[in-house]
Design a protein around this ligand. Structure first.
Ligand SMILES: *[C@@H]1O[C@H](CO)[C@@H](O)[C@H](O)[C@H]1NC(C)=O
Ligand SMILES: *[C@@H]1O[C@H](CO)[C@@H](O)[C@H](O)[C@H]1NC(C)=O
Ligand SMILES: *[C@@H]1O[C@H](CO)[C@@H](O)[C@H](O)[C@H]1NC(C)=O
Ligand SMILES: *[C@@H]1O[C@H](CO)[C@@H](O)[C@H](O)[C@H]1NC(C)=O
Length: 344
């Protein structure tokens, strides 16, 4: 009898103990009042929304990361938070880009001791509509009680952000832009090339392009199993035929950005009198641990924004290059075995 009660009691304690532990892990921490060094109370302390992509994250490729940056930046405006980027995978973004109009570099010690939470919004199909709904109707003061939100996503929530009723007040300019214009504006607003990237690009263009017309193709092939097949090898000839229209050596220079060594090699061979190349390694960013892969993507996207003629395949990196380039003249798209003029 006593024995049974004892067992019962200890089971109960385990249950109680669990009940106490698990919800308390889920409970958000409570923001504490913050003080100046002279001990007087800070009235409106800075709160942060930080686009986060660290080693263990699902941050995918540079296109996905740019979508995440745009979403996070806009949500920071909606929620009156200081925007930051914390990207260390496969190496720090500051190796290539620097802040332009917004200082998105947040020093880790600035955040020491602040109440922080990770907030994940990945493309889980079941939740996708719910996430959009949430962004559309969120009151961010309630949704994010913590001082620091590490925001993890890879999606574009711009349409839902537009529909949030806070937007008219907090981001009035967003309604004047199309989606492409908004992306271009935000990219130029947040980033300039870091000095060394700037040097790489300037020297490359000075050396190879000078007064020639620059003709570019972004040939995203896609690799089955890593991402998806985007441009079948059997259709590449259509793209090469398009570039062959510009075969006047005295007038045109050619740049081909691609995610496959084999395609790069083919282009270098086909256009050897007109083509030039840059530094870095060609690979998929979300499986690579190499900083040189990141470097190439950044340098190539910058080159694409400078092209007089720009032909795109299916890719966010290419699309954002076109948005940042911000012109419809000379813009072409490849789709289903055809190359045709298109607009941003
Ligand atoms: C403490 O420092 C802050 C910021 O420098 C200042 O605004 C405030 O007046 C100071 N308070 C006192 C009591 O000196
Ligand atoms: C700019 O890039 C170079 C090389 O990628 C890097 O070594 C340097 O630290 C970067 N500059 C800044 C200010 O981060
Ligand atoms: C580029 O400049 C060189 C000399 O500076 C000139 O001979 C050439 O015709 C120019 N080419 C074009 C396409 O303007
Ligand atoms: C392309 O070649 C480089 C250098 O040989 C290699 O490191 C890289 O993994 C290759 N990329 C792909 C996608 O196979």
């Amino acid at each position: 009898m006593t024995f049974k009660i004892l067992i019962g009691l200890s089971l109960l304690t385990i249950i109680l103990y669990n009940a106490r532990i698990s919800p308390s892990q889920e409970l958000p921490c409570v923001s504490q009042p913050r003080y100046y060094t002279n001990k007087s109370l800070l009235r409106n302390p800075v709160r942060y929304l930080i686009d986060t992509c660290v080693d263990e994250d699902q941050c995918f490729g540079w296109g996905d990361r740019q979508r995440a940056i745009v979403t996070t930046y806009l949500v920071s405006l909606l929620s009156d938070r200081q925007f930051g980027i914390y990207m260390t995978n496969p190496c720090a973004l500051e190796n290539f880009l620097a802040p332009n109009k917004v200082n998105w570099i947040v020093k880790k010690d600035e955040l020491d001791g602040l109440c922080a939470r990770n907030f994940y919004m990945y493309n889980d199909h079941l939740q996708h509509n719910r996430q959009h709904q949430m962004i559309e109707t969120a009151d961010f003061q309630t949704l994010f009680p913590e001082d620091v939100i590490y925001f993890h996503t890879a999606q574009d929530y711009l349409p839902s952000i537009r529909r949030n009723k806070l937007t008219a007040d907090k981001i009035p300019w967003l309604h004047r832009y199309t989606l492409g214009e908004a992306y271009g504006f935000i990219m130029r607003h947040l980033f300039v090339l870091n000095k060394s990237t700037q040097k790489t690009v300037t020297e490359l263009l000075l050396k190879h392009v000078k007064n020639h017309t620059l003709v570019c193709a972004h040939v995203r092939m896609g690799i089955k199993g890593i991402d998806f097949l985007r441009t079948p090898k059997s259709e590449l000839q259509v793209i090469w035929d398009f570039l062959h229209r510009y075969n006047d050596i005295n007038k045109y220079k050619i740049y081909v950005a691609t995610d496959l060594n084999e395609t790069k090699a083919q282009a270098l061979k086909l256009f050897r009198d007109q083509i030039f190349d840059t530094v870095g390694i060609i690979d998929q960013m979300h499986r690579s641990k190499s900083c040189e892969v990141f470097r190439r993507v950044i340098v190539e996207q910058e080159i694409l924004t400078r092209c007089d003629i720009l032909m795109l395949t299916q890719s966010t990196v290419g699309m954002i290059a076109a948005f940042t380039r911000n012109r419809n003249e000379g813009l072409y798209c490849f789709y289903k075995e055809r190359v045709f003029p298109c607009t941003i």
